[in-house]
Ligand binder design. Structure first.
Ligand code: SF4
Length: 314
């Protein structure tokens, strides 16, 4: 409770935050396979970019592997939410694995767009980070037609066989303004540039970002809970700073929080990336409460209703 002359300490909790529909579906897929068939259920790479989610599933009997060749013949394999190049699925079937593909349907949409453009003879500029699992998967759907670009300056390096047939798609978690800057540069260089049929930046990324902008405008410090390799979590830090927060930090868990960050801070904004379990946010709230930030206001910008159907085994 605020008292005259005493600085009020409070937390603004962004909503929506945490799990998106694609992440929930991927985690549920592994859990249901464990319930139905019992362990071990193999999972290629991190099912979603969060080590705590991976550890929880490992405790229940999931076995995470780097490649399909690490899975015993005939076993059950779940493919992660970020999607894979077709060769991974082919290799899994060649080894008689029972595959459940938990690729997020929004990533699958980008795969299809890429394949359609490539089949029509287009060079596809994929806006994203070359090393990101999603980009590796999307690129693998038309490797001879895809050029990956992460910065506007890289547009000048592209060489294409036909300047009339250049299209672009993007990684679902890329920052919208970074995409716009690259598209603008592309259009200057290739005036006949073709846009994807619909936006590739996913609803969950846009909603979490908008929610962070709202709390950041009212906060001195913003804390984002998210894993090191979570692109959408990392992106929320610059978003918070440009929306008005004086400082912003990403932490994987409450153990990374530093009391010094709270010096002179009255209001802390708090959110989490699309692959972050809510319990990690609760742990940060508990830590903040122990530092005197007891009052919590949830600021709801959008209510999400998106649900994706279960993937089928192939
Ligand atoms: Fe799918 Fe978007 Fe979630 Fe990625 S962030 S898994 S694209 S819903």
């Amino acid at each position: 409770m605020s008292t005259a002359g005493v600085q009020q300490h409070r937390v603004l909790l962004a909503a929506p935050r945490g799990f998106c529909a694609g992440v929930e579906r991927a985690i549920r897929t592994v859990e249901e396979a464990l319930d139905r068939f019992g362990p071990p259920v193999y999972v290629r790479r991190q099912i979603v970019h969060n080590p705590q989610v991976v550890a929880d599933l490992e405790r229940r009997g999931a076995v995470f592997v780097a490649e399909t060749d690490d899975v015993p013949r005939g076993a059950r394999l779940v493919l992660a939410a970020h999607g894979v190049p077709p060769r991974v699925r082919e290799r899994a079937h060649a080894r008689d694995l029972q595959v459940v593909d938990a690729t997020c349907p929004l990533v699958t949409k980008t795969h299809r767009e890429t394949q359609r453009f490539a089949a029509a003879g287009y060079t596809v500029v994929l806006i994203g980070n070359l090393e990101h699992d999603e980009v590796v998967g999307t690129r693998g759907h038309a490797p001879d037609h895809v050029v990956v670009v992460a910065h506007p300056a890289e547009v000048d390096e592209i060489s294409v066989p036909d300047e009339q047939r250049v299209a672009w798609v993007s990684q679902t978690t890329f920052l919208a303004e970074d995409v716009a800057a690259i598209v603008e540069r592309l259009r200057r260089r290739f005036p006949a540039l073709t846009d994807p049929p619909s936006e590739d930046i996913c609803y969950a990324v846009s909603n979490r970002r908008a929610a962070v902008q709202i709390i950041a405008a009212r906060s001195d410090l913003v804390i984002i809970v998210g894993a090191r390799n979570s692109h959408n979590s990392a992106n929320m830090v610059p978003v918070a700073l440009s929306a008005g927060a004086e400082a912003a930090h990403r932490v994987e868990s409450a153990s990374e929080l530093l009391p010094d960050w709270l010096d002179g801070v009255a209001t802390v904004g708090l959110s989490s990336g699309a692959s972050v379990p809510e319990r990690l946010v609760r742990e940060v709230l508990n830590w903040l409460a122990a530092q005197g930030y007891v009052e919590v206001e949830e600021v709801v910008s959008t209510v999400e209703t998106q649900i994706f159907a279960k993937p089928r085994e192939t």
